[in-house]
Design a protein. Sequence first.
Length: 141
Amino acid sequence: MAMTFHVDIVSAEESIYSGTAQMVVAPAEGGEVGILPRHAQYIAKLKPGEVRVKVSESGEEHHIFISGGLLEVQPHVVTILADTAVRAKDLDEAEAKEAMRRAEAALADKKADFDYAKAQAELVEAAARLRMIEKMRQHKG
């Protein structure tokens, strides 16, 4: 039997995943990180992207989109505190495309009361959502 550890993925709205896993892959700001049992203690800031939770040797995985947050690795527990988190199957492509269009329009309209950083962050998040939707579509096909 393979070694496992406990994983909690939570956002302000709800707990998205709580259970055991053999591996977790998350989008840290410095690059994608993979966590296996007995990983060293670790804290990282997360960027928008996909979190993969490998549950069993059969290949069962949970795919979760996060808009950013924090990753904490303890000896037997991995916790992801996400700004927002959505199961991959619940992502809405039309909503993500509209968010991307709004962010691009805001970046193109350079007015004095414009919050460039916010529009840029919204664009990055929308693009990450669309990449994950496309990846899930290819994975099914």
